[in-house]
Design a protein around this ligand. Structure first.
Ligand SMILES: [Zn+2]
Ligand SMILES: [Zn+2]
Length: 124
């Protein structure tokens, strides 16, 4: 196999981005790949950071372990209770028990979905 750019030179490797054969002179080593040009080396660097970024976000979501339904219902509960408290404190109205109870139900539902999801996703 011969270098893509230098036809007479023996290739020492293949570019990890475009697959062209590279010789000693044109091979550019990146932390992860052998590449044939600055452009491919830049591509390899981008790929590496994208992979690292996605790996990092997977770790974050794994460590959070709070399902989105829990966040949603819990948020709704807080909004309702906050709204009831706001009306009471700011406008001096009586507590609107309907809103408070509704908020409490949402919080209960959130706790429930959290428990159920935890049970399902629990590792053996
Ligand atoms: Zn290349
Ligand atoms: Zn070459």
């Amino acid at each position: 196999m011969h270098c893509y750019t230098h036809r007479e030179a023996e290739a020492v490797g293949v570019c990890g981005i475009c697959g062209r054969a590279v010789c000693d002179t044109c091979a550019r080593l990146t932390p992860t790949k052998v590449t044939c040009s600055e452009a491919c080396a830049a591509d390899a660097a981008t790929q590496k950071s994208i992979i690292e970024f996605s790996q990092r976000s997977v770790t974050v979501t794994k460590s959070m372990r709070i399902p989105s339904t829990t966040i949603f219902t819990g948020g709704m509960g807080l909004v309702f209770i906050g709204w009831g408290a706001f009306e009471h404190v700011i406008h001096g109205r009586d507590f609107d028990w309907f809103i408070i109870v509704l908020g409490a139900l949402f919080l209960l539902a959130a706790a429930n979905t959290y428990r159920i999801t935890k049970k399902v996703t629990r590792e053996p």
